[in-house]
Structures are given as C-alpha cells and as structure tokens.
Design a protein around this ligand. Sequence first.
Ligand code: 13P
Ligand code: SF4
Length: 335
Amino acid sequence: MSAELNLATKNLNKMGYLELDVDPTLDLVAEINKLKKEKNAVILAHYYQESEIQDIADYIGDSLGLSQQAAETDADIIVFAGVHFMAETAKMLSPSKKVLLPDLKAGCSLADSCPAPVFRKFKEKYPDHKVVSYINCTAELKTLTDVCCTSTNAKHIIDSFPPEQKLIFAPDVNLGRWLVKETGRDMVLWNGSCMVHEIFSHEKITKLRIKHPDAAFIAHPECEAHILDIADHVGSTSSLLRFTRESDYQEFIVATEPGIIHQMVKESPDKVFIPAPPNNACACNECPHMKRNTMEKLYLCMKHELPEIHLPEWVIEQGVASIDRMLEISAKAGL
Ligand code: 13P
Ligand code: SF4
C-alpha cells in the first residue's frame, strides 16, 4: 500500500471518504465502468444523486426500488450512491456482500432525528403499539421496528395491520401526518423531519404558481402539511416521476430534492420543470447529504473498496425482519 493510501485509510473515519488526489485528466466514466466489470460490482443510485452519478448507475430509483435491487442482485459488491441508511439497508438485505458508500458522512437529518436509545424509551410508553418506521432511519432503529415502509408503500404497510392495532409511526412527522389523513388511522407520531422537505416556502410557491398558472404543483409527502394541502399531486420520488411522464400537464413545479428533475427531463424532454424554492436565499433545495457523493469519491471507493459498511451481527439479525416484511407486503401489492 502506498504511503498516501495508508494515510487516507487511517483518516477514513474522520474524513468519511478516502482523501486522495484524482488525476483530473482521467476519464472517470470509463474508469468506473471498467471497475464495475472487473469487480462484478453494481451501482445503485438514488434519484437525488448528481446527474453524472445517475447516468453511470446500473439502477436508479426510490428507496423501495433500491432495497428491492439490493435484495436481488447477484453482484459481489454493491456500491450505494445514496446516503448511509440506504447502504445499511442494503447490507442488512445482503450481509454476505461487500457494500460500499462513497462517503460515510452522507447521513440523513431524518435518520438522525430518531436515536435508537431515545426511541426505545419512547416505545416503552406504548406497550400495545406496533412500530412502523420509515426506511429513512438507522439500522438500530430497524431492530425496534415491526415493519419498515417507504413513501411508495406506506399506505399498504399501514393498511396491512388490523384496524384495531395501535401504531407508532417514526421518524417523519410530516409523512406521518399525511398518512393519518390518507389512511384514517390515528397513529402516535415521532417528531422527526427532513431538513430538505421541511423548508419549502409556501409564499414563494404561491407566487410561482401565479406566474405559471398552467403548471402542476407536485410534492413529496415529507413536505409540511401546508405545502401538501396546495399540491396537485403528492407522492414518492417514483410517483412524482410517473406523474410528470403520464399527465397532460406541460409544466411542473417540483417540491422535492431537485436531483429528480434530471430523470424528469430525460423522460419528458419537451416539458418544463421548475424546482420549488425553499424559505432561504437559494433557488433550489439540494440535500447536502446526498450531494456529498461525487464522481471522484465514487471512483476512489470502487478502486480501493473503501469505505465499506459494517454492521454488528445482532443488528442485522434483529433488524432485517422489518425490511423483509415490507418487501413481502410490497410484492403482494404489486409494488
Ligand atoms: P423516496 O425516493 O423513497 O421517495 O425517498 C425520498 C427521500 O427523501 C430519500 O432520502
Ligand atoms: Fe434524508 Fe431528507 Fe436528505 Fe432524504 S432528502 S437523505 S430524507 S435529509
């Protein structure tokens, strides 16, 4: 091992990624494709990744699609171009495979908002309740969960419990409130939120809609209720993408992380997409965690097979049932 690689490996946990220089003349697309073949690796990318990463991925999708792919792949290495909880989920589903994440610090404010030891105490107050957790949570939280869900399958997961069964929903309070409204179930909600979806500006969106009266306003259910109340369509990233493709609208104001617009433009090149503005000075609303991944970090992580996701065995053993159950219910529902 070279001295540089040795030092970068030592600093991995501090930095989150291998801090090594990448030759700027290198054709990263060609190099990454070569590494994929050589190592029998598959790149799974979330819709919020930067466009170049989406374009080199073997599969691009929402949280449900990504976990289905992670469970089914026959690759030896899963490279997760997404955030930490997604890579952890892949590791739980395929524990014998090597799971790589280009930057370990690609976290998630929602997952961080629900620490497992605090949630354990909270859960003790509701001994008759089952726990449904949004997949955007830590692996340890999944050990305290009966069934996971994503925004694509959440209604099906909740409806899978008998009506008299009391439920706790964690960690996203906005998705939880939307589900209470949609399913008519009065659930106990954990008060977590996504730093991206909770800051869309009602006032700026209203002004944009006046300027673009023929545009559809579409929103992810992680947004706050006052934003969802004015939306023409609410759904997961894959549902929003499908809506833009299938609806007759020609213009869309999109209230979710703007990375998804790359696929929207690819699928409907003649339609117009406007990212919904947040309540700060920025024009769009990128997830700083998702955007920690870069082509350089992706290349380095595939080349050196670091950083790798490791989980304690007990976490995998006790947590995976909640994801398996989610996949089972989703398959039955044809999702
Ligand atoms: P979905 O892609 O499953 O809708 O999730 C959105 C999200 O915030 C992922 O971090
Ligand atoms: Fe987490 Fe929100 Fe970023 Fe998704 S968009 S990874 S929920 S902080």
